[in-house]
Design a protein around this ligand. Structure first.
Ligand code: NAD
Length: 467
């Protein structure tokens, strides 16, 4: 059973939902409005297709994934333009072209990573091995900030391990994900990968569906909790990549010029709409003013505007809800007496959802901009005197996705990193990902790891063969 063509390419006549350009708000296309019945059909098709897909074996699935990666590259400019319009991120900088490039890189990595059976016990003739089988059908639910790349993180390892997949993109960015799924489907047998474009109700139906064996979820902590509750119905295995409120700690006497570029992009990558971006910065008093002034100067001068206009590197907030969150948190900081060094207001001249890159100083823990995830272009910079105090404050959050430590001495930074509670602690950079290195959160930022060998294990059923 496959989805009728009208379901993947909607028009107003077929009941499609208009999707706006994030920058201009003009309609750029129509997303199908799938129902729970469509979801049932997609999962039934995925179940039917799974045994044959699994029987193809690793070598053939890897070959197909390589062909898909080549095809993503061959269509990269078209994909990047759609992504730029729908999501808002500019083509240039670490944005749309970069994201499409990462889709090819992560697809190839899923194809090439080797997960051999592991011998875990041997004693004379006695021997126990762990083998990794396919789980069955994987449900992939994604967010709107890096929609294509995160979808690839979820689906490429799942396919490699012999699972079939049903993807539900965010209701804010369905077109980008469906265009990507179309590229995959030029190479995959029917039923192996289906995109279902639906709202939160369809998301909730996937999470509780008895036909699924695993949910790969990336999104907010609040939705993550609901997915855990839903998984009581199907006992689906879960990988939960949830929200973050990543701290950065700048150690005393750090050379600010040397770290400025990485520090800026750590905060403002994808206009701050990144799970593992720097969201609160603790800076030693010896370099506080210099860090604040340097970040503010960069924030003032980085080109912001419509994504398709070459040269822009910052874009709009993707949606009105997120725009309101950012505006509200910055207004709250101002009302508490924090210093808005630059920004702190909408950039209405650029379009309805643009907010100027904002640096907020003379702010402390307890302010909502520090304690809550802003997920936008506004960084609070907190002054500290004592490193133990900075570590304590960094760890005071319920979130534990990423963190970073900045210093002239990477060994000293590494020693501080061992004390910070996070899934990843970067040194003199923040948010850089490598497809071979496991990525995931601690505390309320979720559980399970993606990428590399750990990522393949996360979408596999371990089976012990013991003799
Ligand atoms: P969200 O939780 O609102 O939505 C994510 C997805 O879940 C959407 O597809 C949505 O339709 C679906 N959904 C909503 N309700 C559901 C339910 N009850 N059951 C199942 N699915 C449901 O998140 P968002 O606003 O799209 O994304 C922003 C958040 O995602 C931020 O908190 C960010 O930090 C986090 N994020 C985390 C990572 C990571 O790797 N850890 C990556 C990107 C984003």
């Amino acid at each position: 059973m496959t989805m009728p063509a009208a379901h993947t390419h909607a028009t107003p006549e077929t009941g499609g939902r208009p999707i706006p350009d994030a920058a201009t708000r003009e309609t750029i296309g129509y997303a199908p409005v799938h129902t729970v019945a469509d979801l049932d059909a997609a999962i039934a098709a995925a179940r039917d297709a799974q045994p044959a897909w699994n029987a193809l074996g690793h070598a053939e699935r890897s070959r197909i994934l390589h062909a898909i990666a080549d095809d993503i590259e061959a269509n990269s400019e078209e994909l990047a333009q759609l992504l730029s319009r729908e999501q808002g991120k500019p083509l240039d900088g670490p944005n749309a072209r970069f994201e499409v490039g990462a889709c090819a890189v992560w697809t190839r990595n899923a194809a090439d990573t080797v997960l051999e059976p592991e011998v875990v016990f041997e004693d004379g003739p006695a021997r126990a091995e762990v083998h990794y089988d396919a789980l069955g059908v994987v449900g992939a639910i994604g967010p709107w900030n890096w929609p294509m790349m995160i979808t690839v993180w979820q689906i490429a390892p799942s396919l490699r391990m012999g699972n079939t997949v049903v993807v539900k993109p965010s209701e804010y960015t369905p077109l980008s994900v469906m265009a990507l799924v179309d590229v995959f489907n030029r190479h995959l047998p029917s039923g192996v990968l289906t995109a279902i474009s639906g709202d939160r109700e369809v998301g909730a139906a996937i999470a509780a569906h008895r036909g699924l064996d695993k949910i790969m979820f990336t999104g907010s902590t609040a939705t993550g909790r609901k997915i855990v509750e839903s998984s009581a119905h199907n006992l689906a295995r879960l990988t939960l990549e949830l929200g973050g409120n990543d701290p950065g700690i700048v150690l005393p006497d750090t050379d600010v010029k040397a770290i400025a570029e990485n520090l800026f992009w750590g905060c403002f990558i994808n206009t701050g709409q990144t799970c593992a971006a720097l969201k609160r910065l603790y800076v030693h008093e010896s370099v506080y003013d210099e860090v604040v002034d340097t970040l503010a100067e960069m924030a003032r001068t980085m080109p912001m505007g419509r994504g398709l206009d070459e040269g822009n590197v910052l874009g709009p907030l993707q949606n009105e809800k997120q725009f309101e969150i950012v505006r509200d948190l910055v207004d709250d900081a101002r009302a508490r007496g924090a210093r808005i060094v630059t920004g702190g207001e909408a950039a209405a001249d650029l379009g309805p959802l643009f907010y100027r890159a904002t640096v907020v100083a003379d702010i402390d823990d307890g302010a909502r901009l520090v304690d809550e995830e802003q997920f936008g272009p506004a960084i609070p910079v907190v002054k500290y005197r004592d490193i133990d105090d900075a570590v304590r404050r960094a760890n005071a959050s319920e979130q534990g996705l990423g963190a970073s430590v900045w210093s002239n001495d990477p060994d000293e930074a590494a020693a501080v990193a061992t004390r910070v509670q996070a899934g990843t602690v970067w040194i003199n950079t923040h948010g850089g990902l490598n497809p071979a290195v496991p990525f995931g959160g601690t505390k309320q930022s979720g559980y399970g790891q993606e990428f590399g060998v750990a990522g393949l294990k996360a979408v596999a059923a371990p089976k012990v063969i013991s003799r």
